[in-house]
Each structure stands twice: as C-alpha cells, then as structure tokens.
Design a protein around this ligand. Sequence first.
Ligand SMILES: [Fe+2]
Ligand SMILES: [Fe+2]
Length: 436
Amino acid sequence: MTQDQAQNGSAATPVIEEYTLSDLQSLLERERDGRPFYAVDQIRDPRTKRKLIDPRSVLTAKAVAFMYESWNLSRDTVIRVTRNLEALENLEDAGKTIHYFADQLHRYLMAIFTTEKPSYKAEVQGLATTGNEMLNTVFNYENIQEALIGPDDLRPFTTYYDHLVNTTVLWMGTFAALNRKNESAAGSIEVWRTRNKSELRTIIGPYGTLPKDIVTYYDIYGIDRVDDAAAVNKKSDLSLVMSGFFAALFHDLGLLEEREILISREGQISDRLKTHMDQSNEILKNRLAVLYDERILVRSIIKTHHERMDGKGYPKGKNDPHLFAQILAVCDLYDEYCSKFVRSKVIRFLARAAGRQFPGEIVRAFLSILRPFEQGEIVDVFEGKGGKPVMQASITSIANRFRPALKVTQIMDPQFNSFDAQTLDLAQDENIPFFI
Ligand SMILES: [Fe+2]
Ligand SMILES: [Fe+2]
C-alpha cells in the first residue's frame, strides 16, 4: 500500500509478510535485556484508532515496534507470525460445520440447566473448548468467508436454549468478521498461538521459561492452564473473546422457562424484559459461579445487552455499551425477530438501524457473514405492508444476497391472479414492494 492509499483509507490489500516460528525465535534471542514479549490481536476503531480490545499490555506496543524495526518493515505491512505455514491448513476440518458446533453448544446448555449437579466445571470446560474450536475452524480469522451462516446452519427456534445457541454462533461469526476486517489496519499484528505447551515455551521465553506475567492461549477454561494459575492475567485478549462468547451464551438465562419469545419494541418494554438481565446474572451466579466470579465482563455484557448507542435501550439508557455487548445486541435482535418475522424483513430492519441503533460497522460485519437464502429454497412472497403472503416462489439466483431472483410457483392471493410474470427479480426497482 502506498502512503496515499493509506491516507485515503483505500481498501487496497496490505502487504502481508509471513514469518515462521524460527524467525520469531531468533528475534527473541537477540532481545536479551528486554522482557519476553508476546503479541496479540488487536481491534482498533477505524475512525478514532482507539483500541477496542485492549491487549492489556505495555509490552505489546514495544514488542510490535521492535518487530517492525528489527525486520525493517514499513508500518503499512501486517506481520503475521505463524507456527508454521502448513499448520494453518491442518486446522481446517471439514467435518466441523457450524451446525455441528451449534448442536454441541446446545447439548452442554441442556446438561447444565436441566440436571442438578454440584458443579458444572466439565460442562464449562466443554463449552470453552467448543468455542475455541469454532474460532480455530469455521470462524478462523483466516477462513472467515462472506455469507457463511445460512438459516439451516442455525437451530430451529423452539426454546430459549436454541436462541442462546444461535446468538452465540452469530456472535462468534460477527466477531471474527470484524476482527478480520480490522486486521488490515496498518501496524496490526496477528500471532498464531500454539496449543502445544512446550512449543509455547519456546515462543514466549527466549530461555524456555514461562514468564510470570505472561498472558497465554492457555488462559481459557477447558484447554489448559499455565503452571502458575495465579500468574495468569485473566484479561488476556483471548480471554476477552471467551468472555464475549460466554456472555452471548448466557445472556437470556432469565427467560429459559418462557415458552414464547419475548420481543422488546420501542416504548413497550415489559417488566419481565426489564429485569431479565439481572435474573440471567443471578442464575449464572447460582449455577456457574466460576464464570460469575471470574469474568466481570460476562456479567457486564449480560447486563447491557439491550442498551443502544442512541441511548434508547434499557434498563439504563446508557449509550456506550461495550463493543461485545453491541455485537450481541445485533445478533440477539436478529435471532429473536426471526422467530416472529420473515428474515428479509428483519434484515431490512437491521440495515436501517445501522448507525443509529447499532454501529454501522457491526451491522455490516454481521450482514457479511449471513447467508440469508439458499438457491432452490421455497419462500413466501409478501407485498407492501401485507401480513399474508401473496404468492410462493422458489429462489433462482442469489446474485443479490438479500434481494434474490425468484420463480413464482403459486399465487396465494386472488388479487395477484393476473400477475403473469414467471420470474420476479427482487433486485429490480419495480419490484421494491415485494419482499420475502
Ligand atoms: Fe435479552
Ligand atoms: Fe435474547
């Protein structure tokens, strides 16, 4: 990228230099006096350049500067350090689909909330492992694709258990997309963390020792813990991601018993909705004290998942919810509304809410991972404000992901009997009154 392009915010792909472990090692060996460093993923707000995810480390900036200096790189270059380049390919596992992970999460949720046990440590570990696997496979920052999550990937919405699972899947996808998007920011750095403990030691400590204050990949329930658990900084970046994951998974615990999905509309917020955030946290405290006590962020996200950037949310009307809570709010609304309205309507609603109710960047990242329709899928077609479908059609082309082309298969409203067009391309202006 040239300086001009960088200044104009051009979307040109930045230069990415790949480095292997041995490069990193030899660099570490040279840094004798400095403290051992590690590098973290960062997300920066594209406008303010403020760090949205704080890597909680003074070492990071120094380390990053050092790497750029040592390798004599321009700040427009993104450094990507990988364990080894083949390792990335090995992590792709075709059998692990989004659906597979959704089922897995559902099983753990049911195990925790429908059986009485003194502790649910194993389940929490299982959940964390599943969350990490999701990030390593389907939502890997390397692999995250456009239009990844289709309606069939999520669970059919029958209870709040399904809603919690769906919201979590969408949250992870949106987070990964957002992270991927910001990764190209000049000077950002991505490090492939290893799962192998001995290898980790060589990465992080030039002398093979695990420094006391190191934040590692291991600071995640379920995978492993570093030797000295007390030394683990609980606010490591990946822990932060996991806090968002757990918050999405438990955000509506207070509503688990509800048979119907409760939806908040402006000006009509029931007492039940006003209090369910606190109830969710209460249930978390009783069932999963380990998460409640140790992860302040989880509680805070649960508490603020209905706040909005325009200050019209509830319970407090705060206008600056945490980034993770804002991602959650978008995913939550989508899944809840999809239980009541046709998807295209929900998507339109979200698109209109971008920049007002929710940050535009989050809505865009969310829509980018959504695969709203499948080719061949049969859909109901509505017209104007009508609540009943006027015809049925099958999807013939999804060139426009949200306004696909249709083949009319059945007329359902006699008013449209004279409608002789066989095909209905929703992307065309004259077809704007129709929606699916
Ligand atoms: Fe909620
Ligand atoms: Fe919800």
